[in-house]
Design a protein around this ligand. Structure first.
Ligand SMILES: NC(=O)c1ccc[n+]([C@@H]2O[C@H](COP(=O)([O-])OP(=O)(O)OC[C@H]3O[C@@H](n4cnc5c(N)ncnc54)[C@H](OP(=O)(O)O)[C@@H]3O)[C@@H](O)[C@H]2O)c1
Length: 239
């Protein structure tokens, strides 16, 4: 697909992987809707995008707040009249043994990582189904292939995303909408520095590699689609 003037919402666009995806999509000529909570950081991403002539719109959004999510999609529809691409990337990580894990932290993780993705997919499809086109990529994690200790609730939220994505993909294929998953291994962001301080920073995946993966998936010909990609650190165990 030619990405020029495609409208693309990226959640969690203020830093890390979401920032890299937003910049990469903007370099391809897409119009980016930058969504996250921290407006100041979103302004920095917008500035980076403007520096090479790219176009972006900031819509401050808390993905655990339904009203914010409805506003994100309403404003996007008003501004661009369509939604071509949705990248559900916003996510949080809270580490802890299950036995000590607070219900409050369970809710925090699920509200952003799973409920947020559900609401976001639902609102996107309300625009994409009538227009009979659209692409949704949900960012999961390699945690869905493993069972790392102290990550059970985060991992459960990412399993939830996998189930949601697979089902939606089958539901909306008839409407011309393609839905996919990316499962990253350790990426060099604030999240992994907190989650896995044991990993040598120099061996982490650059966020730009996840962005390149998104671009690769979206730029395939109209006859091809990739359902999911697992991208791991080269130093990690294969398969
Ligand atoms: N880094 C890794 O190794 C790795 C591996 C596998 C999967 N992932 C996944 O990749 C995604 C991005 O992670 P990252 O590593 O780039 O983490 P990060 O650097 O901590 O960035 C997280 C992003 O999510 C946003 N976010 C967090 N809570 C939010 C909320 N309530 N509403 C809206 N936005 C929110 C943050 O923005 P604000 O704080 O401004 O809201 C930020 O833009 C996550 O889904 C994560 O689970 C990461």
């Amino acid at each position: 697909m030619d990405l020029n003037h495609k409208s693309a919402i990226v959640t969690g666009a203020s830093k890390g992987i979401g920032r890299a995806i937003s910049i990469a999509l903007a370099k391809e000529g897409a119009d980016i809707i930058l969504a996250a909570r921290t407006e100041e950081k979103l302004r920095e991403v917008k500035k980076d995008i403007s520096s090479f002539g790219g176009n972006s719109l900031i819509i401050p959004t808390d993905m655990s707040n339904e009203k914010d999510i409805l506003n994100l999609f309403d404003k996007t529809k008003k501004e661009f009249g369509k939604l071509d691409i949705l990248i559900n990337n916003a996510g949080i990580f809270i580490k802890g043994n299950l036995v000590d894990f607070r219900t409050e932290d369970y809710n925090k993780i699920m509200n952003v990582n799973l409920r947020g993705v559900f609401l976001s997919c639902r609102q996107a499809l309300k625009i994409m189904i009538p227009q009979k086109s659209g692409f949704i990529i949900n960012i999961s994690s390699n945690a869905v292939f493993k069972g790392y200790p102290e990550q059970s609730v985060y991992t459960a939220s990412k399993h939830g995303i996998v189930g949601l994505t697979k089902s939606i993909a089958n539901e909306v294929q008839k409407d011309g909408i393609s839905v996919a998953l990316i499962h990253p291994g350790g990426v060099d962001t604030e999240l992994i520095n907190y989650a896995r301080p044991d990993i040598d920073k120099s061996l982490l995946i650059p966020p730009e590699d996840i962005a390149k993966t998104v671009i690769y998936m979206l730029k395939l010909s109209d006859n091809s689609w990739v359902d999911e990609i697992f991208i791991r650190r080269r130093a990690a165990k294969p398969f």
